[in-house]
Design a binder for this molecule. Structure first.
Ligand code: CO
Length: 458
């Protein structure tokens, strides 16, 4: 029987896409044992925005969350999303930080690390992949899927070959915007399988309504696995529904390895959680509607809603059409970067600024750094006039930005002193300094009471 691995995303991508990653550990702790028994290939539960959100909004130690989840997972692999050299943040970190972070992720319970670079510049995932393999983890290299005049099957297959050469255990086609059509998926999975021998995993979103069909064609083309979300946290900007895909794929002769009754139990558990977030207004049903416009504009659904919000804040919503036309032009000027964090935000802001104040009258700091080559190599050619305007006589960087960075860990450790209780604390601080310090303060404020109590007891 043909196998299809199912990765459940409710604890990471689904809640990140639908409720801005606001789910605290206690909301899902009671269902972990049942999730472990469901038969998923893996549970995506960490990385992406969860780390930042734990420290920033939930007053939780993200490492402790990982250990707690792991303690319930006797059978199921844990999976995380890592932004290569950007780890879980928005800028590059030094190699010593990347290595320690990856190693600690695995030591604290992570099994599969899905690693991507927003520009598909694979030099930016090398260090993380290398350390993941050394630490005994499963390294999954990503191709960020995007459409442009320069992105084609040849380019994606070449990336796939590099990922295989790097020693990755599997490959993921990461369609963060949900714009990959069923036929494009079929062709890409087929081409990759003809040229490399790694198992191919497909990640998409239901944003444009293509996701379910895309997964069926992924299955037909021989993909090893797909990412789904339990039904009450599925659809819209989240993943297609686990139960529905398992139902359809089983009829098509696939063994998904999961138990239907267990899937129902998991979903029954999350229904009141969904309701709680709907009642508090965090869960906005708008994110569930199908955004076919994203196919017209070729921009991610999340980016579309950001643009709308930005323009409303500027009292310039009447400029939306102009901004939507400007966005692909800015992207072309920048050599067609895939529109994924942080490039999607950068391109969106620059397009808005261009429309409101004139083309490149002001150029954002991040866009300047991008043109200097600090994010990595642009997939295509940057518009020469724009490059000249930003760089002047300066030469853009051709090496890896991380090669220019000093080691960060020892310095941060010395700075924190006894406020850091572990290497993990130091890494939290390097990743998100302000949020981590705030978390340490709150943690310390609670401490004395506990200590006094235990002294008395003794
Ligand atoms: Co995603």
């Amino acid at each position: 029987m043909k196998q299809m691995h199912i990765t459940e995303t409710v604890l990471r991508d689904a809640q990140q896409s639908l409720i801005a990653t606001r789910m605290p550990f206690e909301d899902f702790a009671p269902v972990l044992d049942d999730m472990d028994k469901a038969g998923y290939h893996s549970i995506e539960c960490w990385g992406g925005a969860t780390f930042d959100s734990c420290l920033r909004y939930l007053n939780e130690d993200p490492w402790e969350r990982l250990r707690n989840i792991k303690s319930h997972m006797k059978n199921t692999k844990l999976q995380m999303l890592l932004r290569g050299q950007n780890l879980l943040g928005y800028h590059h970190y030094s190699d010593d930080t990347v290595r320690r972070f990856v190693r600690k992720s695995i030591e604290n319970g992570m099994d599969i690390i899905r690693i991507f670079d927003a520009l598909n510049d694979l030099r930016n995932i090398e260090t993380a992949v290398d350390e993941c393999l050394k630490a005994g983890g499963h390294a999954q290299g990503c191709i960020c899927y995007t459409l442009s005049p320069i992105h084609n099957l040849d380019m994606f297959v070449a990336l796939g070959r590099e990922i295989e050469k790097m020693g990755c255990n599997s490959l993921c086609i990461k369609d963060m915007a949900g714009i990959m059509s069923p036929q494009e998926c079929f062709d890409l999975v087929t081409a990759l399988r003809e040229n490399i021998s790694l198992p191919i995993y497909v990640h998409t979103h239901a944003t444009t309504g293509l996701g379910y069909m895309t997964y069926l064609k992924a299955a037909e083309a021989g993909a090893a696995g797909i990412d789904c979300a339990t039904s009450c946290f599925s659809g819209g900007t989240s993943q297609p529904a686990t139960e529905s895909l398992v139902y359809a794929l089983t009829q098509m002769g696939f063994d998904c390895g999961v138990k239907t009754a267990a899937l129902k139990k998991v979903n029954d558990f999350f229904l009141p959680v969904e309701q709680k977030f709907a009642d508090s207004g965090v869960f906005d049903p708008y994110v569930l509607s199908t955004k076919a416009d994203a196919l017209v504009y070729q921009i991610p659904g999340g980016m579309l809603s950001n643009l709308v919000a930005q323009l409303k804040a500027q009292n310039a919503i009447d400029k939306l059409d102009a901004v939507l036309e400007e966005t692909p032009r800015v992207r072309a000027d920048l050599g067609y970067p895939p529109l994924v964090t942080p490039l999607s935000q950068m391109v969106g802001v620059q397009a808005t600024v261009n429309v409101l104040f004139g083309r490149y009258k002001t150029v954002g700091k991040e866009i300047k750094n991008y043109i200097r080559g600090e994010y990595g190599k642009a997939p295509g050619t940057i518009d020469p006039a724009l490059a000249k305007q930003v760089l002047g006589d300066e030469q853009p960087m051709t090496g890896r930005f991380a090669d220019t960075m000093e080691p960060e860990f020892e310095k941060a450790k010395a700075y924190l002193g006894d406020r850091a209780e572990s290497e993990e604390d130091v890494l939290s601080y390097i990743a998100f300094p302000q949020q981590a310090e705030q978390y340490f303060e709150q943690r310390a404020a609670k401490k004395p009471l506990v200590v006094q109590f235990s002294i008395k007891e003794a």
